[in-house]
Design a protein around this ligand. Sequence first.
Ligand SMILES: Cc1cc2nc3c(=O)[nH]c(=O)nc-3n(C[C@H](O)[C@H](O)[C@H](O)COP(=O)(O)O)c2cc1C
Length: 162
Amino acid sequence: MKQITVGESAYLSSPHLFAAIVTKGSKINVMGVSWFTLVSMRDAKLLFCISSRGYTGGVINETKKASLCMVTEEIKDAVMDCCRVSGANTDKVDSIALKIQEIEGFGTPVLEGAGVCWDLELSESVAAGDHTVFIMDIKNAVQLNDAPHVMAFEGYKRLDTI
Ligand SMILES: Cc1cc2nc3c(=O)[nH]c(=O)nc-3n(C[C@H](O)[C@H](O)[C@H](O)COP(=O)(O)O)c2cc1C
């Protein structure tokens, strides 16, 4: 047994889940997220934890909506690029090779080439250290394609299927 830091524990406990949060405020924005989980089936809810320094949390506070998309091989490089810049100063959809798809019955667009996608509305949020926990009502779910989704390996460095 050895003592490790929380940062090392995050690295050593990978692979982690990985998905893309899409928001639509004054523009459509995409960010990658590993800290998310389903929390309730009835009423259906999931949560994700978003840094207070990023752009996405502010948009969700304002619009109360988002979609969450599982990421496939086809779009993993583009979604990783969305993790390297903030929507605060970049139009990621313009600058990154990602195509947006509208789904009937969804309040927010999804990513073309994604796997399972959820349509979400804000239920409540809780401040937690340098992140905010957003608990979201699941309004709708679809499977766009059945390609396997990627996970985050080596901490949060590399995306791959298992
Ligand atoms: C594999 C991976 C997982 C990530 N998971 C999270 C996460 O769970 N929460 C978070 O706030 N940021 C996470 N990030 C970082 C954001 O994707 C990144 O800060 C992004 O630029 C934020 O975009 P925004 O400012 O447009 O919201 C992750 C990055 C990577 C590469």
